[in-house]
Design a protein around this ligand. Structure first.
Ligand code: GLN
Length: 197
């Protein structure tokens, strides 16, 4: 869990509830031996500056090429995006999307809603000064939408949500990320064992 700034604690609690071990990443050395990294919501300009200052901009892409899975929520999605409309700010650019920051309006326009997965399931979601995805690259798969807009997308082992799944009790997005990490939570083990004949 990237813990430089922003809302990382609720993500740690979600991972805890899924029974997977987690740790806070504050320095590049902390990336050693982990399967996935979550970039939390917060202030993308601040987190971007800290990523640059602490050497993450070089090390995270290298780790991704060695198989590290990434999951960005809100500001985390902005940091992963290839392009950020109207802003010239430090970012990783690993996910082939263009985002527009704060595109749903200011903090007071924050809202709770639900997002619809492609199979019709819905998941509750909190949107806080959320970005809107304005362009999707050909390799990017839309996993869920809200009001016809893509809000959960994936490219290989990179997952990004414009909303905050960690602020609800629903664990389905984190569970999906664990699958990308190749991890197997206690809960998914229980679920899949219940499917055994
Ligand atoms: N608006 C913030 C940004 O642009 C993101 C808000 C959030 O992460 N909830 O960085």
């Amino acid at each position: 869990m990237l813990a430089l700034q922003g809302g990382f604690d609720p993500h740690l609690r979600a991972l805890d509830r899924l029974g997977v071990p987690s740790c806070k990443v504050l320095y590049v050395q902390d990336l050693e031996g982990i399967d996935g990294l979550i970039l939390p919501g917060g202030e993308s300009t601040t987190i971007g500056k800290m990523l640059a200052r602490f050497g993450f901009l070089e090390v995270i892409p290298q780790a991704v090429s060695r198989g590290l899975a990434l999951f960005g929520t809100c500001a985390g999605m902005i940091l992963l995006a290839r392009q950020i409309r109207h802003y010239d700010q430090v970012h990783l650019g690993l996910l082939d999307i263009e985002v527009e920051r704060n595109a749903y309006g200011p903090q007071v326009e924050s809202f709770e809603s639900s997002v619809r997965w492609r199979d019709g399931r819905t998941t509750p979601a909190v949107f806080i000064r959320a970005p809107i995805i304005r362009r999707l690259g050909p390799q990017v798969e839309v996993l869920a939408e809200q009001e016809g807009l893509p809000v959960l997308v994936r490219q290989d082992r990179i997952l990004a949500a414009s909303f905050h799944p960690e602020l609800t009790s629903d664990l389905s997005v984190h569970r999906y990320f664990l699958e990308l990490c190749g991890a197997d939570s206690q809960e998914t083990r229980r679920d899949s064992s219940s499917l055994q004949p």
